[in-house]
Write a protein that binds this ligand. Structure first.
Ligand SMILES: Nc1ncnc2c1ncn2[C@@H]1O[C@H](COP(=O)(O)OP(=O)(O)OP(=O)(O)O)[C@@H](O)[C@H]1O
Ligand SMILES: [Mg+2]
Length: 502
């Protein structure tokens, strides 16, 4: 596959004059800041959009797919950054959606299940029931289904756009094993990720995009991570991060004996003002479920929540109740529950800030703009203006809009579920600094992240969940990557001898 002079212009140019060759049996890492054009380039290759300029060649012929289907017929497949599963259909149906008969009826369920099993095994999901509706799965598992779906069938070119954003170490390893197999079969791969350590492990070559321009393409072993970062952002970044100014204050939130089915089992923890408490664990360990339970988005079977300074017992019946008690949740699933994609950036930043705006009801449009401007600037959100649809922002910039929305709100406790998912290195730093600011103003933060290094960088303590239980809480002095990983696996070893979860 060879691209020459490929460019794309929406309101303004977002890709310029890209010349790139993909080689069989090699993995090309594609990297660059949020909005640099990585997904746009992938979608052009994958047939989802057509380039404004330039041309492509593939299999010794001009290549200009009119649709994703057409590209797939030629063996060009992509795992998209945003999940595209149908939540009401089962795992098996989602995996083989293209092969489902068009007419109603006549789905041979047994056959479908049989076909699904090996595909699920490839990504380590053999212990899930293929008849489970996808909507009932956690987002990490959904991402793995999305990956599995694209591993089925013959591909010659495979693009993975941020496939590991929601995965933790075990799942990443499984994916890497699959990638190695594809390489051996002579597939040409493009791998997009903001996790530079992953790129160094998996890729042969690297291409860096900056502002829609290709700034380098070469063998990856010639570059250190720091060099790649400066190529991406056009400046050196300080990779250290100082938490020494943190002052842990009074308790502000107490979770006691939270239990919900088998997903959460007798979880207790205390959060203080001015601290960042990290939650680590494997996909399916109960991290998101714990956040949702605290935020009253899900019912608990038993347990007691206390909030305030000092914490007093409360019964929260809904997220609105939680918000009234000054608890906020920044969700991991920006598409499912977070953002209104067809709405403007302005509307989206101010959602959840309604009281800040509605006091000036008759001024609201102007006020909304002002608030949005403030956060776009503060978080360096890359958008042509506050009236642009959030759906047309790059993935990472959508995430920033989501975070910006809650920062304006006056909350004492903020729960962040994968706050830097899909966010580039420079913007991650901006977010870490924001979190630090929040602690300095006396808020207590709980951060769920699959990126252990990130947690070790920004947290004061890290609680580890394993199979629905809180198995251990580490402090800065006592933690190490190995100890945390061992704790994350500990809950799975005794139960049934299987390492599966959920
Ligand atoms: N449909 C669209 N209409 C207008 N602008 C768009 C559209 N799709 C993408 N863009 C713009 O194109 C630029 C590149 O976006 P793209 O999604 O390719 O970035 P990316 O490198 O994948 O970023 P990220 O790391 O955040 O996923 C962004 O500025 C984005 O706002
Ligand atoms: Mg993208």
């Amino acid at each position: 596959m060879a691209l020459s002079g490929v460019g794309k212009t929406y309101n303004e140019p977002v890709l310029n004059d890209i010349n790139l060759t993909l080689y069989t049996g090699r993995v090309l890492a594609l990297t660059g800041e949020n909005g640099a054009g990585k997904s746009t380039l992938s979608k052009i290759i994958g047939g989802l959009i057509s380039p404004t300029t330039g041309s492509m060649r593939y299999l010794d012929r001009p290549y200009a797919p009119a649709s994703r289907k057409e590209a797939e017929k030629l063996g060009v497949r992509m795992v998209m950054q945003e999940l595209n599963l149908l939540p009401t259909l089962t795992i098996a149906e989602n995996l083989f959606i293209d092969q489902l008969p068009n007419r109603v009826g006549w789905i041979n369920r047994r056959r479908l299940r049989e076909m699904a099993r090996p595909a699920m095994e490839q990504v380590g999901l053999q212990n899930l029931d293929p008849d489970t509706p996808v909507g009932e799965l956690g987002i990490g598992h959904q991402q793995m289904i999305e990956i599995a779906r694209n591993l089925i069938g013959d591909s010659r070119v495979l693009i993975l756009d941020e496939p590991t954003a929601m995965l933790s170490s075990r799942e990443v390893e499984l994916l890497f094993t699959q990638i190695a197999r594809f390489k051996q079969r002579g597939v040409a791969l493009i791998y997009i990720s903001h996790r530079l350590d992953e790129l160094a492990r998996i890729a042969d070559d690297v291409t860096v995009l900056r502002d829609g321009n290709l700034v380098c393409t070469d063998e990856i072993k010639r570059y250190t991570s720091d060099q790649l970062v400066s190529l991406m952002v056009g400046r050196d970044l300080d990779s250290t991060f100082d938490t020494s100014a943190r002052r842990r204050g009074n308790p502000i939130l107490k979770v006691e004996h939270f239990t919900r089915g088998s997903v959460l089992q007798d979880i207790s923890l205390t959060l203080h003002r001015g601290e960042v408490l990290g939650i680590s664990g494997l996909v399916g360990a109960g991290r998101t479920e714990l956040m949702r339970a605290i935020f009253a988005a899900d019912r608990i079977d038993s347990g007691q929540l206390s909030v305030g300074d000092p914490p007093v017992p409360v019964t929260l019946r809904s997220p609105a109740d939680a918000i009234a008690h000054r608890i906020a949740l920044v969700t991991e699933d920006r598409k499912g529950e977070g953002l209104l994609l067809p709405q403007s950036v302005g509307v989206n930043t101010s959602l959840g800030n309604s009281e800040k705006i509605s006091r000036f009801a008759w001024l609201s449009a102007g006020r909304e703009q002002q608030l949005a401007q403030e956060y776009i600037k503060r978080m360096r959100i890359r958008t042509a203006g506050t009236t642009l649809d959030v759906g047309s922002l790059s993935g990472g910039n959508q995430q920033k809009v989501l975070i910006g929305r809650w920062l304006a709100r006056n909350c004492d406790v903020i729960l962040f579920d994968e706050p830097t998912r899909g966010i580039d290195v420079g913007a991650k730093r901006d977010i870490y600094l924001l979190l630090n600011e929040l602690t300095q103003s006396g808020k207590g933060l709980i951060v769920v992240s699959s990126d252990l290094r990130e947690l070790m960088l920004i947290c004061d303590r890290i609680a580890v969940l394993s199979a629905g239980r809180l198995v251990e809480t580490f402090s800065r002095e006592s933690w190490s990557q190995d100890a945390i990983l061992a704790a994350a696996f500990s809950g799975y070893q005794h139960a049934t001898g299987s390492t599966d979860h959920e």
